[in-house]
Design a protein around this ligand. Structure first.
Ligand code: 5GP
Ligand code: ZN
Length: 115
């Protein structure tokens, strides 16, 4: 996807502070952090939303994204106190970037319900 912001970051056309990169998954810090740790975990493959994850190969990527979340949570030392994973989906879900991503938020106490 040529005009997708996250695809541009993955291709190196836009800067980002990467915290993880492997052959399938990348993770970088959110440009507008909402918590001391706010990392976006993203598949290199352009999958628009979680509703496109019915294909087994996309489910496999989602599983890898979750494993990267666990790894980064440990590295950021937020795994014991806890953290939040968010997948905004569609208009009412507040998804602004149409490339599937998991928000990993931690380092402060989270409120509920979300806005
Ligand atoms: P969404 O609302 O789609 O779930 O979240 C998109 C996230 O991407 C937002 O938290 C926003 O701050 C972040 N974001 C948007 N553009 C950029 C960018 O160019 N670089 C980085 N690092 N994050 C971005
Ligand atoms: Zn994309």
């Amino acid at each position: 996807m040529t005009d997708c912001i996250f695809c541009k970051i993955i291709r190196g056309e836009l800067g980002a502070e990467f915290v993880h990169q492997d052959e399938d998954i990348v993770a970088f810090r959110d440009i507008q952090p909402q918590a001391p740790t706010h990392v976006l975990v993203v598949s290199r493959k352009h999958i628009p939303t979680i509703m496109d994850c019915e294909l087994p190969e996309n489910m496999e990527l989602l599983n890898k994204m979750l494993a990267v979340c666990r790894m980064i949570a440990k590295r950021e030392m937020i795994h014991e106190k806890g953290f939040r994973l968010v997948i905004n989906t569609g208009v009412e879900g507040g998804q602004l970037v149409k490339h599937l991503h998991i928000h990993l938020l931690g380092g402060r106490e989270m409120g509920w319900p979300p806005g």
